[in-house]
Write a protein that binds this ligand. Sequence first.
Ligand SMILES: *Cc1c(COP(=O)(O)O)cnc(C)c1O
Length: 378
Amino acid sequence: MNANDLTLLARAEVRELASYNAGLAADAVRKRFGLTRVAKLGSNENPMGTAPAVNAATTQACHEIALYPDSGCQALRSALSEKLDVPEDRFVFGNGSEDLLSVISRVFLDHDDEVVTVVPSFGLHFIFPVAAGARVIGVPMTDQGTFDVAAMISALTPHTHVLMFSCPSNPVGCTLSAIELKQLLDALPPKCLLVFDEAYYEYAQWEPEYPDCLGLIQASGKPFILLRTFSKAYSLAGLRIGYGIVSDPLLADLINRLRTPFNVNRVAQAAAVAALADENHLNAGLSHVASERRRLEIALQEQGITTAPSMANFLFFSTPYPAEVINQALLREGVIIKPWREAGYTQYLRVSIGSCEDNDLFLHSLARVLAAQETRTD
Ligand SMILES: *Cc1c(COP(=O)(O)O)cnc(C)c1O
């Protein structure tokens, strides 16, 4: 079969999809540009690494990998239930929260169902709903890089089946205030499911202004799935484990019907339980990111670059040049960040908050790259 015929084997929705922009591995960049030092600031990973207790737990779990994992993630379920004061039957677990986004899209979305999200967006908030045949409406953020709550409310109609977005926003970093979240909750049509992706929750709750979104959403009485992950603040990105909190056990039951029964592996479950228990390690990472984020904001400001307000472990900014050009020049300097590709945002880049040394490498490299661009265009 030729390429065209092979493509036609796929469903129409899949043929049209763009592939996910997953970012480069540090090793690939090292090899391609002959570098020894690389700052990997493209995937919002935690520079502190895992808690010491996680290493012990994963080693122990590795002795038992001949056995299937617990399909119900019971140990983690109990620990989370206690920590968050949420009943055990309100949790669902995924092979990363990305897995849950995929399952949720297949469980709740049908052809021509309407989904509202925001732009710029987390790619999978488009890709999975579109693959399920849904029509996705992206509401742009304001020019200041904040949620345009009025526009989001206007986009909701009696036909809106799902409202799905991340707060703090990935890639922008902005959050909703308690008042804004309440307005949005009040405006939800009666048969609309809220998918509230709180992947950066731990970073945001470190800031006193961040509202108790889970509490507010629960109090609304609306149907919801709130997603969190162990990939970001808990440093377990390589193991793949995330969870959802649902408004009703029936939603968990529906999700469990379509997930693969052993979607969360044994080592990841053990690691998550250990990571959850080590609050000191978590807080050290949160404190580091908060202070480095402020330092980066100021240093970028001094380079004439304004960043969107962020409560997450990354900053979103634009330069006068195409993001892809800046990205390629930074890669040659050993700095991996994420150039944005969505229409209207192709001069924007997202940089993760890394170690002090990696952040310095980024700042100095960016200054050099921008100066070189300026002389080129003069
Ligand atoms: C990183 C991220 C996730 C996915 O994390 P997993 O590694 O799959 O748990 C989900 N949503 C947003 C907005 C993210 O940035």
